[in-house]
Write a protein that binds this ligand. Structure first.
Ligand code: ADP
Ligand code: ZN
Ligand code: ZN
Length: 732
């Protein structure tokens, strides 16, 4: 006789699933959560299968203690996808499945009803609609808005989205008895696809036509279009077609807070069914959205990388905007690439995936060139704007003021005098990257990292951007006591100071993580800019993303050299993408733009190609270099990282793993190291890594298959923290 056994995924650093007995009268749906005893504690897990027999003797199995969901939260195809993902990244399957659940559901909490709570007008409130309170405009606004809704009600989230900052008005209305709290039914969003978009130009129309023929089956397309060529318009029209056919759409974007304009365009065109998922929402808001997509009540999800794991009913299209963006890769813990997984997810759902970018990653370009992806190109800017002219400014013998050469300063003056807006790009926040004593040579080293602490003048801090360690700026040298401390190099804070003096008569806005730390402050800054005429905009890579600045005609790049001679082989690719993205902010309106790039290496061949011939030519040349060096995308890598309080512990562990790996002698696999990481000490821990590289993915995975289990068993593993990064994006 076989007993039914539930196979359960539990979030633990173990690669196996765990078997439990199903209680006699219990109904245990696959995809539901259960509570079980696990070692000496209790754990929440997800049932992945019901099986007839176990590898363990049945009398040793423990029963499930409680079933937490009556309906499955994950369908079997969701579980299959997550299991595949765990296999690919060699990451514990229980942890991968937990990643797919909203935070509350990783604990024993009851799943939220997707309808949720909301507000509705009372009978009294309906009467007041005819005579809105004139002296309380906020309250009148809420009343009128609710009155215009179907059944005069709305969810908390909808209300907040439509009328932010209305909490006081809501309280007042409730106290008057004009509105009341209510539980909303789980209703599907009404579809309000705006019938027509813009009249597409020929390139856009061709791209859309090819993409539309793909609907209904799996395919991968690269939408390779220069900034402003109308990629978003193509996404919107394609998404509208998918919605009209009754399917859902997943849109992955790098960082939502940086792309409010994209969200707004999706909402305007596709209506309320567009939901967002990002870290700025509360846990319950995110969970509501998760349920709505899972149940098919909402049909478009626009979200950051973790949205790739959201279960979506009837998925019919996956869009990845700015596919080259490194933020699609999770850099700690479970290190997945949402861009790469988008392809697997679409394949499993049997639907198309579109990767869009003005600066496609070399991986994606290579796949397109090898014929694995369809390559669609948009070479012209839509709406008639001209592409900017780009020039290099040789600053080798130039005196610089806060990083600006005289020529760049003159150009900025001229542009401002003509009433234009100017962007100055410097990808380093803070006042200066290091503080130094000119008497003894002391430098502001971070006590915990092989890095310097950045000077942040306005907050009076020395601050390490790697581990977060802070201290007050010393007045005298900590070593020799001299009053001879000076900032070396410049960051955006210093540039802002300098420009504020030099161009005192013009509005000046700084955009970086420090300046926009408060919620909504970026929107306010950009609002100011849209209202201004001539103005200066100073910022880091936050400027390069998503925003349109139609009145910017000059972009100055203060320092392009950081990426040219870096230890990281991807640094030039990053630099090129960033330069092109920043340049793309200029001249989007009716005035042509100009880009000036300061450099000490004006003859660098890749920089030359980028500036003279553009990103595509650059990418071609960079791909040749990668091929000659057998680097990705011409080979496949995994990085085994280890860190420990003592360097020897980390080294010994990786020596042992490397020894084991060499013994396996897998054909086509090379081992590099172990060697100290480029930043050998970080947050007080010593870091060593072992790079594993192979020409063929199956050879690499053949070795990786066994690696985590063996590594965990090494006697040296106890003193280290280690992690495996498949397809690493940086070697730090
Ligand atoms: P991308 O996503 O490639 O950067 P967008 O879709 O944002 O480009 O388009 C850039 C600008 O051109 C936007 O202001 C957009 O409204 C406009 N635009 C796009 N397609 C067209 C078109 N077919 N006709 C006129 N304007 C267009
Ligand atoms: Zn000193
Ligand atoms: Zn540090």
């Amino acid at each position: 006789m076989t007993v039914p056994i539930a196979r359960v995924a539990i979030a633990a650093p173990l690669h196996s699933l765990f078997d439990y007995l199903i209680p006699a009268h219990g109904d245990v749906p696959v995809g539901a959560r259960v509570r079980v005893s696990f070692g000496r504690t209790r754990a929440i897990g997800v049932v992945t299968a019901i099986v007839g027999e176990s590898g363990c003797p049945v009398d040793r199995l423990k029963p499930i203690e409680a079933v937490l969901d009556r309906e499955p939260l994950l369908q079997s195809h969701d579980l299959d996808f997550l299991t595949w993902v765990a296999g690919y990244y060699h990451h514990p399957v229980g942890e991968v499945i937990a990643t797919a659940l909203p935070l509350r559901l990783r604990k024993a909490e009851v799943a939220l009803a997707p309808g949720g709570t909301g507000w509705r007008l009372t009978a009294l409130g309906l009467v007041r609609l005819g005579a809105l309170p004139a002296r309380a405009p906020r309250q009148a606004e809420v009343l009128a808005w609710l009155g215009g809704r179907p059944d005069a009600e709305a969810s908390l989230a909808e209300l907040r989205a439509a009328l932010p900052d209305n909490a006081a008005a809501i309280r007042a209305l409730r106290d008057k008895g004009w509105i009341e709290q209510t539980t909303l039914d789980a209703r599907a969003d009404r579809m309000t696809v705006a019938p027509e978009g813009l009249q597409l130009n020929d390139e856009q129309a061709d791209a859309l036509a090819s993409l539309q023929t793909d609907l209904g089956g799996f395919s991968v397309s690269l939408l390779d279009g220069v900034t402003g060529s109308g990629k978003t318009e193509v996404y919107l029209q394609l998404a509208a077609a998918v919605l009209e056919a009754g399917h859902s759409v997943l849109v992955l974007v790098p960082e939502i807070s940086l792309t409010p304009q994209l969200l707004q365009r999706f909402r305007e065109r596709l209506g309320a069914t567009v939901r967002v998922m990002h870290s700025g929402l509360s846990d319950s808001e995110r969970e509501q959205t998760w349920h709505r997509l899972r149940l098919g009540l909402s049909q478009v999800l626009l979200g950051t990388r973790s949205s790739i794991f959201t279960p979506i009913r009837g998925l019919g299209l996956v869009l990845v905007d700015e596919e080259h963006d490194p933020s699609f890769k999770q850099m700690e813990g479970f290190r997945y690439s949402a861009r790469d997984l988008a392809i697997v997810r679409a394949q499993r759902a049997g639907c198309p995936v579109v990767l869009g970018s003005a600066t496609p990653s070399l991986e994606t370009l290579r796949n397109a060139q090898a014929g694995r992806y369809r390559h669609l190109r948009l070479d012209r800017r839509a709406g008639g704007a001209l592409s900017p002219a780009v020039d290099l400014l040789d600053i080798r013998d130039q005196p610089l003021q806060s990083g600006m050469s005289q020529l760049l300063l003159d150009r900025v003056s001229a542009a401002l005098a003509q009433g234009a807006q100017v962007i100055l790009f410097l990808n380093r926040r803070g006042y200066s990257p290091v503080l130094s004593c000119f008497s003894c040579g002391w430098l502001s080293d971070c006590p915990r990292c092989d890095a310097r602490q950045t000077l942040h003048k306005s907050s009076g801090l020395l601050w390490c951007h790697h581990c977060g360690a802070q201290r007050r700026v010393p007045l005298t040298c900590p070593d020799c006591g001299a009053e001879d401390l000076h900032p070396l190099g410049q960051g955006t804070e210093q540039l802002e100071d300098f420009l504020a003096q030099h161009f005192a008569e013009y509005p000046l806005i700084r955009v970086d993580r420090d300046a926009t730390a408060r919620k909504g402050s970026l929107d306010r800054l950009l609002d100011r800019l849209h209202k201004a005429d001539a103005a200066l905009l100073v910022g880091t890579q936050m400027l390069a993303k998503g925003h349109h600045f139609p009145r910017v005609t000059l972009v100055g790049v203060l320092d392009a050299d950081g990426g040219l001679y870096s230890a990281d082989f991807r640094a030039t690719e990053r630099m090129a993408q960033l330069l092109v993205q920043v340049a793309g902010r200029a001249g989007r309106g009716d005035r042509p733009g100009r880009v000036l790039i300061q450099t000490r290496y004006p003859d660098h061949p890749l920089l030359q190609t980028l500036v003279r011939k553009g990103y595509r030519a650059f990418a071609q040349q960079a791909l040749l270099e990668r091929q000659a060096a057998s680097m990705p995308p011409y080979s496949h890598q995994a990085l085994l990282r280890a860190d420990a309080t003592r360097l020897e512990s980390a080294q010994a562990f990786l020596d042992q793993v490397a020894g084991w790996a060499r013994q396996q002698d897998v054909a086509g696999v090379e081992l590099w190291g172990p060697v100290p990481a480029p930043m050998a000490r970080r947050a007080g821990r010593h870091r060593v890594h072992l790079l594993i590289q192979a020409d063929r993915r199956d050879a690499l995975h053949g070795l990786l298959q066994q690696l985590p289990a063996h590594a965990a068993d090494m006697p040296t593993a106890k003193r280290v923290r280690w992690s495996l990064d498949v397809d690493p994006l940086d070697l730090y």
